[in-house]
Ligand binder design. Structure first.
Ligand code: 5GP
Ligand code: MN
Length: 341
């Protein structure tokens, strides 16, 4: 994908200073794309001689712990003071893989407090809501890692990409596209993957590290959720799943163990939309997926104060599980009555 030359030049100008203090931020509940894009971008900037740290609001799932240099990523919840100092002193703040500061939870206030830093957005979510000095906002891009690849390609050429960077970028591209099976898959994306492969990355190993590294509890929980907690609506075209805290405890739940569950109902023929409700301490996380023209970004915005992409979005609910499910079912009927399902 060809990124705006005007923006590329503006970015070149911003990073042309010497020994800049740079913070690279990504969203809460960091996924493969958040971490992969942040780490690869951090490595690129560090090579220019800048002081770069990557920060995320909270912990990432165990099956991403093998990503190169992921242990250097600062987790705000664990190291608040250090993160606040870095953000307070930063000359440049990069916001990767999110479109609104609210996706940073309380870390968003820390970012807002630094009014002198230059802010650059690199993202593929719809409707970016904040103002940035430079915005690389491309909702048609399949991942932010792909956008970081494009940035590097246009700024310094693909030859500059190291094997570690390639591993980080590949993880993001792979996870955000469901292993290259959905979202916007373009010829250039595959040419990019070919260039990453040139660095010698071991693609089957990267796949196994993410998708074949779960716990026994996760496998058993998955069976339980699909068998016992999947409800179909509207003649089998809409499905929802739910997970309570008690159920998670029963299956020795670890963060990330519900990864991918919400996609599974979409393997059923004629299914158009799927949702999972996951109980947290003080809210219920809503995760939505759809096929084709069904716009779950709109659904998440309207009914769960969230957003995301057309076919993958999320939001939150602050009422009980039973009320959340009732609200979802009612919202589905309203959506369908408008011809949106
Ligand atoms: P997931 O279901 O994997 O957590 O999220 C799917 C997509 O929805 C991601 O692109 C994510 O950024 C977006 N998303 C998830 N939760 C929220 C939310 O609470 N607010 C907004 N605006 N987007 C969300
Ligand atoms: Mn992403």
């Amino acid at each position: 994908m060809n990124l705006s030359e005007k923006n590329i030049e503006a970015l070149r100008e911003i990073i042309s200073g010497e020994g800049l203090r740079v913070a690279v931020l990504s969203h809460s509940n960091p996924d493969g794309d958040a971490l992969g894009s942040s780490i690869a971008w951090k490595m690129a900037l560090r090579r220019l001689g800048h002081h770069v740290e990557a920060i995320v609001p909270n912990a990432f799932p165990y099956y991403l712990e093998w990503i190169p240099e992921v242990k250097d990523v600062i987790i705000y919840r664990d190291e608040a003071e250090r993160a606040e100092k870095i953000l307070g002193e930063a000359d440049v703040i990069f916001c990767l893989d999110f479109h609104t500061l609210s996706r940073l939870d309380s870390l968003g206030d820390v970012v807002a407090a630094n009014t002198s830093a230059k802010r650059v957005l690199v993202d593929h979510h719809l409707n970016p809501s904040e103002t940035f000095d430079v915005m690389f906002s491309y909702p048609e891009a399949s991942s932010t890692s792909y956008l970081v690849y494009c940035l590097i390609e246009q700024l310094w050429g693909v030859e500059s990409i190291t094997r570690y960077q390639a591993e980080a970028l590949y993880v993001g591209m792979m996870t955000d596209t469901g292993n290259f099976s959905f979202s916007t898959l373009t010829p250039h994306l595959f040419r990019s993957v070919a260039n990453l492969a040139e660095t010698g990355i071991d693609i089957p190993r990267l796949y196994n590290n993410v998708y074949n590294s779960f716990t026994e509890g996760r496998a058993r929980l998955f069976g339980y959720v699909i068998n016992r907690k999947m409800k179909l609506l509207r003649k089998g075209t809409v499905a929802h799943l739910s997970l309570t805290e008690e159920e998670m405890r029963r299956f020795w739940f670890q963060q990330g163990d519900n990864e991918g569950f919400v996609n599974y109902p979409l393997t059923i023929k004629k299914m158009r939309m799927s949702a999972i409700f996951t109980e947290h301490h003080d809210f219920i996380r809503v995760s939505l997926r759809s096929r084709g023209r069904v716009d779950v970004n709109l659904f998440a915005q309207r009914y769960f104060g969230g957003g995301g992409h057309k076919n993958a979005a999320g939001g939150k609910s602050f009422v009980s599980m039973a009320e959340t499910i009732k609200h979802f079912e009612k919202s589905v009927e309203e959506f369908a009555a408008e011809g949106l399902l």
